[in-house]
Design a protein around this ligand. Structure first.
Ligand SMILES: [Zn+2]
Length: 70
């Protein structure tokens, strides 16, 4: 179950683009973004998202893009 239906799409923290879940685990989901970044998110430590994780808040997107350009 991991992140549940609201975690099907998330933001890629490396580039800020949309990432799709490629594998749903018991605690950790795996994702791949349109730029080819692969990563896992561990949902077992917090509450499951109660609203869709995509689109992300504009502040978060700006934060990611600012870090990317450093
Ligand atoms: Zn990415």
């Amino acid at each position: 179950m991991a992140g549940g239906p609201n975690a099907e799409f998330v933001v890629c923290y490396q580039c800020g683009s949309k990432a799709e879940r490629t594998y749903e685990g018991r605690e950790t989901d795996k994702y791949q973004c349109g730029e080819g970044h692969e990563f896992g998110l561990d949902w077992s430590r917090g509450e499951l998202p109660n609203e869709p994780q995509w689109p992300p808040p504009p502040e978060l997107l700006e934060h990611i893009k600012a870090n990317k350009n450093q």
